[in-house]
Ligand binder design. Structure first.
Ligand code: ZN
Ligand code: ZN
Length: 347
């Protein structure tokens, strides 16, 4: 099977498992067309491969931060439809690179929208131009945000922490958003690189968070030890494509996240990742694994050899950081994802 086929197969499997999980949830929570719960916020890190898309839903309000690539448009459309999203209070594009702005038209084709935000590029970018057109068709003019701006999504507060200066470099002009819900904090870092991160650290902003959407698909340039010391996330979500051409996530970034004690969640491993909060407690559900509410991983996967191990297996220590994946789920789920049990630790 070639890489593209494998990726497609993975996506199909993830979609099927995820649909099944939500079907069960919908059955146990009542009619599917009703909002799932009151008094919670959910962050859906949609698996859009080497790209970003995060749907935030809270108490009847919804917003979308980034929408993946142009060819993710139909996935975004169906994902929102399957979650009964008919109106988005906000659509926020962290920056107009195609892997963030490309699929937003799918959302705008489905749902009505309150306000739309995106930094304005200083040169003509096709994906951005078509996004502006689609937004205008929906009756929304694209606005810009600046550090210090605040928005509210139901009970959730959205603070724009960065960019502190417009540099003209799209990644370093990414919106960095801190979303506070009760006592829980979610930091979405766009494609922030070293330059913007340094300015953010200099600003003295309170970066403390429970969940970090890791900047720039886990590249090595940002997410420094200094940044992580301030942010100290319990969970670090990396939105990244299987076998991407950029070597994301970088080994350096993974090592720093591990050293900071963050539990790493990756869309290339787990498919869609949903983290919900009741204002105090976090619950994580992944498209390809079980539910976790903290604690140690159940197994360690080796992405290269496709073997899974008990966390205390001797071969886990010898594994390269890049191939080492913490897995929260059952033995059957690991096997279902194409992993074979290790012959030494016999998980
Ligand atoms: Zn990106
Ligand atoms: Zn970018």
């Amino acid at each position: 099977m070639n890489k593209d086929k494998l990726k497609t197969a993975y996506k199909a499997l993830a979609a099927a498992v995820f649909a099944a999980v939500f079907a069960v949830l919908a059955l146990s929570c009542g009619p599917a067309d009703k909002p799932k719960s009151a008094g919670t916020i959910e962050f859906h890190f949609i698996d859009v491969g080497e790209a970003d898309a995060c749907l935030v839903m809270t108490d009847g309000h919804a917003m979308l931060v980034d929408g993946g690539n142009a060819d993710d448009s139909s996935l975004i459309y169906s994902y929102l439809r399957d979650h009964s999203v008919t109106h988005l209070d906000y659509v926020i594009c962290t920056h107009p690179h195609e892997d963030h702005v490309g699929g937003l038209s799918g959302a705008l084709n489905l749902a009505t929208v309150g306000r739309v935000f995106c930094p304005e590029p200083n040169e003509g970018i096709r994906a951005y131009a078509s996004f502006v057109k689609t937004a205008e068709k929906r009756g929304a003019a694209v606005e810009t945000l600046a550090a210090g701006d605040t928005l509210y999504l139901g009970e959730a507060k959205i603070d724009v922490l960065a960019p502190l200066a417009v540099t003209g470099d799209l990644n370093n002009d990414s919106y960095v958003l801190l979303i506070t819900y009760g006592g829980t904090r979610f930091l979405l870092a766009g494609d922030m690189e070293a330059e913007e991160e340094a300015a953010l650290l200099d600003s003295g902003a309170d970066l403390d968070c429970d969940v970090l959407k890791v900047a720039h698909h886990g590249s090595g340039g940002s997410t420094s030890a200094e940044f992580l010391e301030k942010a100290s996330p319990e969970y670090a979500v990396i939105s990244v494509g299987l076998y991407n051409d950029h070597g994301h996530p970088s080994e350096r970034c993974l090592e720093r996240l591990k050293a900071a004690g963050a539990k790493i969640l990756r869309t290339d491993v787990s498919g869609h990742i949903v983290i919900s909060s009741d204002g105090e407690r976090l619950t994580v559900t992944t498209g390809r694994g079980g539910t976790m509410t903290g604690g140690d991983p159940d197994y360690i996967l080796n992405a290269w050899s496709k073997v899974f191990h008990r966390p205390d297996c001797e071969s886990v220590g010898k594994m390269s950081e890049r191939n080492r994946i913490e897995f929260y789920g059952t033995r059957e789920e690991a096997i279902e994802q194409g992993y074979k049990p290790c012959g030494i630790c016999r998980p």
